[in-house]
Design a protein around this ligand. Structure first.
Ligand SMILES: [Zn+2]
Length: 130
């Protein structure tokens, strides 16, 4: 099992503040464009697909599958795994994987978001086996 690695505080700005406010309540938000109806992540004010500014916040269950990952075995804070999760809604999220045996973690595994404390900031979204 992996030890929880203390993550640096996320950098917030007006564009992403609602995301981090929700994260502090344990809710995972994505954004959806009302012009082309595609969801995206990370949250941006302008849709990355059609460049519309008609984007709205949407709460997500934060569930998806491991798209790819890499295990860093030599780290001063111990091994950790980072990679991409493809959310059920479609967008890919760059994240840390936690609460799993890195030797058994596999592409295609079902994972779910959870929030991990950071150094004095909003909790950061990480993913664990569902
Ligand atoms: Zn769009």
């Amino acid at each position: 099992m992996s030890e929880a690695k203390k993550l640096p505080a996320p950098v917030t700005n007006p564009e992403t503040k609602p995301f981090w406010d929700a994260a502090a309540e344990g809710r995972f938000l994505i954004k959806r464009c009302t012009a082309c109806s595609k969801p995206h992540w990370y949250p941006r004010a302008i849709c990355p697909f059609c460049f519309s500014s008609d984007t709205v916040w949407e709460e997500s269950p934060g569930e998806g599958v491991v798209y790819t990952f890499s295990v860093m075995r030599r780290s001063p804070t111990g091994p950790y795994a980072i990679g991409y999760v493809t959310l059920d809604e479609g967008p890919a999220v760059l994240t840390n994987f936690v609460d799993c045996d890195f030797d058994k973690l596999a592409i295609g595994d079902r994972v779910k978001v959870k929030f991990q404390p950071t150094e004095g900031g909003a909790p950061a979204p990480v993913f664990a086996p569902a």
